[in-house]
Write a protein that binds this ligand. Structure first.
Ligand SMILES: Nc1nc2c(ncn2[C@@H]2O[C@H](COP(=O)(O)OP(=O)(O)OP(=O)(O)O)[C@@H](O)[C@H]2O)c(=O)[nH]1
Ligand SMILES: [Mg+2]
Length: 365
């Protein structure tokens, strides 16, 4: 149970979101272990995002007591499913959204620890770190640890903050952080969230939580490490380009321009001394190319920086629209009471699209 909370704030509603793809073997226990009574929390609900599983994930989840089950009509990928889940949870009135994987690697009971810093207003997003305490990752494969460290170092450099685990799916998002998220990646979302939220001034806190690696487990996201590496790098590169365009284009531009100027300077001095270009002609040509390319890249950096200003404004507009939409949903929810009306509202506000590819239903307990 959570103690010494800020009692001035209203009681919060937590929605525990579980992205699931063929998790019939484990999802039941994950749902049953979710603590439904937490000090400082008015309500804890479970929402399963079933990404077109071929097994009985949805049925098992329903039997285990899931409050909402969203079924995609085709496999849309973890990143897309996550974004949709965040939007849904906000519209269902969540003050805090907890994401936990459906594979049973995390302990649902740790949800209490995860939401605590948000309840105490110490963080906007809290993420599990599997590496703050080395005893918690005893049986994690070394290659996964190594890959995780590389990605985590990269994200720390990009965000200029020190993190120890940027890939963990077990996280709690306060409403403000959830509303501010604008993600683009389809395959995954874990690292992109760090870049996006830090750029928007959100506070991210890591807490050590244990993870279990079953021997026969088949990782669906990072099982193929090469595919995972390339796809994740692509998502990180795009997010960095959009949030830090001066670093992304400007740094290489400066290096290339500098090399070009050195080469050009050397050839020019040679020409001044010997009045000949023959041995340094290639150096001169390459240097001119470098200088032109560096300048072009520099101009691109400035244009991209202007576009970032537009993006920042658009993100702010989007945030305000989403907040308004969520507040309207809450009012409708209170007036109408119940998921049927909320579902109708979601259909209306999205021109029917959301209603077409997502089925919402309240499970019978
Ligand atoms: N929505 C959605 N969820 C998926 C998909 N693939 C996997 N998941 C879920 O995403 C969560 C994480 O997947 P894992 O296979 O454990 O991947 P991982 O956690 O990166 O890998 P490990 O570190 O080895 O556990 C699980 O709950 C999966 O069911 C997918 O295509 N769509
Ligand atoms: Mg996992």
């Amino acid at each position: 149970m959570i103690n010494s909370l800020d009692t001035s704030s209203k009681k919060q509603k937590v929605i525990v979101m579980i992205p699931a793809y063929n998790e019939e073997a484990t999802i039941g226990k994950v749902i049953r272990d979710v603590p439904r009574k937490v000090n400082g929390i008015a309500e804890v609900e479970v929402m399963v995002m079933d990404d077109y599983s071929g097994d009985k994930t949805a049925e098992v989840a329903k039997r285990a007591g899931a409050d909402y089950i969203f079924k995609q009509k085709q496999n849309v990928g973890l990143g897309v499913n996550f974004k949709k889940g965040i939007d849904m949870a906000l519209k269902l009135g969540a003050d805090i959204i907890v994401n936990i994987d459906g594979d049973g690697q995390f302990d649902s009971k740790d949800i209490e620890n995860l939401v605590r810093p948000i309840l105490r207003h110490e963080a906007d997003m809290v993420t599990c770190s599997r590496f703050l305490n080395p005893n918690m990752t005893k049986n994690m494969p070394w290659l996964k640890k190594w890959g995780n460290r590389r990605f985590t170092n990269l994200i720390s450099r990009i965000t200029k903050e020190k993190f120890t685990d940027t890939q963990c799916g077990f996280r709690a998002y306060g409403r403000e952080a959830a509303l501010r998220l604008t993600l683009k990646g389809k395959f995954t979302y874990t690292q992109e969230v760090f870049i996006d939220l830090i750029e928007k001034g959100m506070r991210i806190k890591e807490i050590p939580l244990k993870v279990v690696y079953h021997k026969k487990r088949d990782s669906k996201i990072s099982g193929n490490l090469r595919k995972y590496g390339f796809k994740s790098l692509g998502i990180i590169a795009k997010a960095t380009r959009d949030t830090k365009p001066l670093d992304f284009f400007g740094m290489p531009a400066l290096v290339i321009l500098f090399l070009g100027m050195i080469g050009g300077g050397v050839s020019f001095v040679y020409w001044l001394i010997y009045h000949a270009t023959t041995p340094v002609r290639t150096l001169f040509n390459v240097s001119v190319f470098f200088m032109i390319f560096g300048l072009a890249l520099g101009i691109l950096a400035l244009i991209a920086d202007m576009m970032k200003t537009i993006k920042t404004t658009q993100d702010e507009i989007l945030y305000r629209l989403k907040r308004q939409d969520v507040e309207n949903s809450e009012i409708l929810n209170k007036l109408n009471g119940g998921i049927e009306r909320v579902d109708n509202h979601i259909r209306k506000t999205n021109g029917g699209k959301l209603g077409e590819d997502v089925r919402v239903r309240r499970s019978v307990r």
